[in-house]
Write a protein that binds this ligand. Structure first.
Ligand SMILES: [Zn+2]
Length: 350
């Protein structure tokens, strides 16, 4: 069953539950309703059967208990978060885990915010407190008040009910910045704006000899600046490699100081590297392109150390988006955007 159908089933289930409580339906109507509830419950369990392993189903849905000292997370001491293995609800942090010697992963407190619900469990003839995931209702284990830490609590949890996510996978997005010149910055900016993982693109100037140059000064070619885009990207969603692939797809790296009708050093093909990793990645993709003869002429893209980026004035930012009907946008930029969108269609933001 797909998740949407499942959530609809749950909504219907809850609506019927409310009806049953509020109106005290009698006779055959009530019987029908109970049968309906049963069928929804069966549908829900069928969903979990497809989603969970046999062992997970036994513990999470049938309230089973894994054998002590067998769980994969019993001895795990790495930093990170423990989530419900059925639905991903975050339940415990590694700081709350301790060795209780009871045979199951133990925690002295849950992550705040009502992530866990409890109910009384008399199944073994003694009263215990069962703990369940508040999001999906999955059985986790039991809660005891004999914990050795200051909280006094011991959440005794089946390993199989938990999924551990190491801290390094939780870290905030890693951002990288790259500055590229591929001819008119209006074109290059328009393309990168729509690539998944790109956080921001700004048009500006790099690689020249004058501080704070104006657009008109750069256009003369005397300041030695290149028109560039400064791209900030999330390395967990895209990569230096992909940024370069797009770069070499959407401009011509074989024409010296020229892109189409745009001529001058300000239109040179250039990669401004900020560190050795960027320099090596740039060198290696150019070598690869040369080796495989992707172009019939030599690549003239220069690889230069990054020094400073001067942001162009506001009229040059988002130029294509703001001036789509202009001839230059229609004739020069749109075909490049179309080519990019066709080749990278699975990598577009929209
Ligand atoms: Zn859950």
């Amino acid at each position: 069953m797909n998740p949407i159908k499942f959530s609809n089933a749950l909504i219907i289930y809850f609506l019927f539950s409310l009806c049953a409580c509020g109106q005290g339906t009698k006779g055959s109507n009530r019987k029908k309703m109970l049968m309906h509830n049963d069928s929804i419950e069966m549908e829900k369990e069928a969903y979990w059967k497809t989603k969970l392993s046999d062992e997970q189903y036994y513990v999470l849905r049938e309230k089973g208990t894994e054998q002590p000292f067998t769980g994969a997370l019993l001895l795990n001491n790495d930093s990170g978060i423990y989530k419900c293995s059925a639905c991903g609800n975050p339940l415990f942090t590694s700081e709350s885990k301790f060795d209780s010697h009871c045979g199951w992963p133990s925690f002295d407190k849950e992550i705040k915010g009502g992530k866990i619900i409890t109910q009384t469990d008399n199944s073994l003839g003694v009263e215990r407190t069962e703990i369940m995931c508040a999001h999906c209702g999955g059985h986790l284990g039991h809660l005891f008040n004999d914990g050795p830490t200051s909280t006094g609590m011991r959440y005794c949890v089946n390993s199989v009910s938990l999924e551990f996510v190491p801290e390094k996978k939780l870290s905030t997005p890693r951002l990288d910045t790259l500055t590229l010149g591929g001819g008119c910055f209006w074109c290059v900016e328009a393309i990168y704006e729509n690539l998944k993982g790109v956080v921001s693109v700004e048009s500006g100037y790099s690689g020249g000899i004058k501080m704070n140059p104006t657009y008109n000064e750069v256009c003369t070619g005397t300041t030695k600046h290149a028109e560039v885009v400064q791209i900030i990207f999330n390395t967990s969603e895209t990569s230096l490699d992909e940024i370069f692939k797009v770069f070499f797809t959407v401009h011509d790296p074989t024409t010296l100081n020229q892109q189409g009708a745009d001529r001058g050093t300000q239109y040179r093909s250039v990669i401004f590297y900020r560190n050795e990793a960027q320099k090596k990645a740039a060198q290696s993709i150019i070598e690869e392109l040369e080796r495989t003869n992707i172009y019939d002429k030599k690549i003239v893209t220069s690889i230069e150390p990054f020094n400073v980026f001067y942001k162009a004035d506001i009229s040059h930012q988002d130029y294509f988006a703001n001036n789509k009907n202009e001839d230059y946008c229609q004739l020069v930029i749109q075909p490049k955007v179309d080519k990019f969108e066709a080749l990278f269609k699975n990598r577009l933001k929209k």
